[in-house]
Design a protein. Structure first.
Length: 264
């Protein structure tokens, strides 16, 4: 077999391999389109999530307060007691047994009580020694309850302290979006508890900050999971990279088999 015949055979072989590589590329693209269409469809809220009897409550002004927050170890409390030097300004941490130690009143069980309830207990106790006593308590550091923020599309995700007045807007303003985010599809999932079924609500953050309509600015609860998904464009880009990466290697290998120039 002469040199020209050998060269022609090599060219035919390379063309066949190139055709297989192109076929594989188109198969990959087809799979990519199917995957993106299936994975980036907009989700809907659960039927039991929203509405007057829904699991999620809008954060109207009278609800956004810490009055319903019930303390637990190891929250820190600050005591305000004007005129009572033994108590005023004291900061104390709730012990694992649910108690705090304070001057004048010694040990007091406070776990699962609201700050207002604790303030009343301290007022009653200090009233045995002082006249016209008014003691108040506030949470100095929330350290016992949390909610979670997840997603590659947030700048500062992770576990966040639950204060009893966290809202969707406040949580996401703190976590921050990045360029990957799909703000129209933020999901808030609430685990089942105390006879209440688990539920997930889909929040359109873009609608809220573009129109000022805050009806979906729900109050968060302990254990809620906030998830910010990637946008369809970002999901498409990720899928493209995953699918085309091996195909690029195949096509590169085919090109590397091209024959070196030989004598004519």
């Amino acid at each position: 077999m002469d040199v020209r015949s050998t060269t022609r055979n090599r060219k035919r072989l390379i063309e066949r391999r190139g055709g297989l590589a192109r076929l594989g590329w188109w198969i990959g693209v087809t799979a990519l389109v199917a995957q993106v269409v299936g994975c980036t469809a907009a989700r809907q809220s659960d039927l039991r999530a929203e509405g007057p009897s829904g699991v999620f409550r809008p954060a109207v002004s009278q609800d956004v307060s810490a009055t319903e927050y019930r303390v637990a170890p190891p929250d820190k409390l600050q005591i305000r007691a004007p005129g009572i030097k033994e108590l005023d300004g004291v900061v104390t941490t709730i012990r694992p047994d649910g108690k705090i130690s304070v001057n004048l009143l010694r040990e007091i069980y406070v776990a699962n009580k609201t700050p207002a309830e604790i303030g009343q207990i301290l007022t009653d106790g200090a009233g045995k020694y002082y006249n016209h006593v008014q003691v108040s308590v506030e949470v100095a550091e929330y350290a016992s309850k949390f909610y979670e923020v997840f997603g590659l599309a947030v700048r500062d995700g992770g576990r966040k302290p639950y204060t009893g007045r966290n809202t969707v807007v406040a949580a996401l303003a703190g976590a921050g979006f990045n360029e990957r985010a799909w703000p129209q599809q933020v999901s808030i999932s609430r685990p089942a508890r105390e006879g209440q079924p688990r539920a997930t609500v889909i929040v359109d953050m873009k609608q809220m900050y573009m129109t000022g309509d805050t009806r979906q600015n729900y109050l968060l609860e302990e254990g809620d999971i906030v998830y910010v998904p990637d946008s369809p464009l970002e999901a498409w880009a990720d899928s493209t990279r995953k699918i085309l990466s091996p195909l690029t290697g195949i096509m590169g290998a085919g090109q590397s088999m091209a024959p070196a120039a030989g004598p004519r």
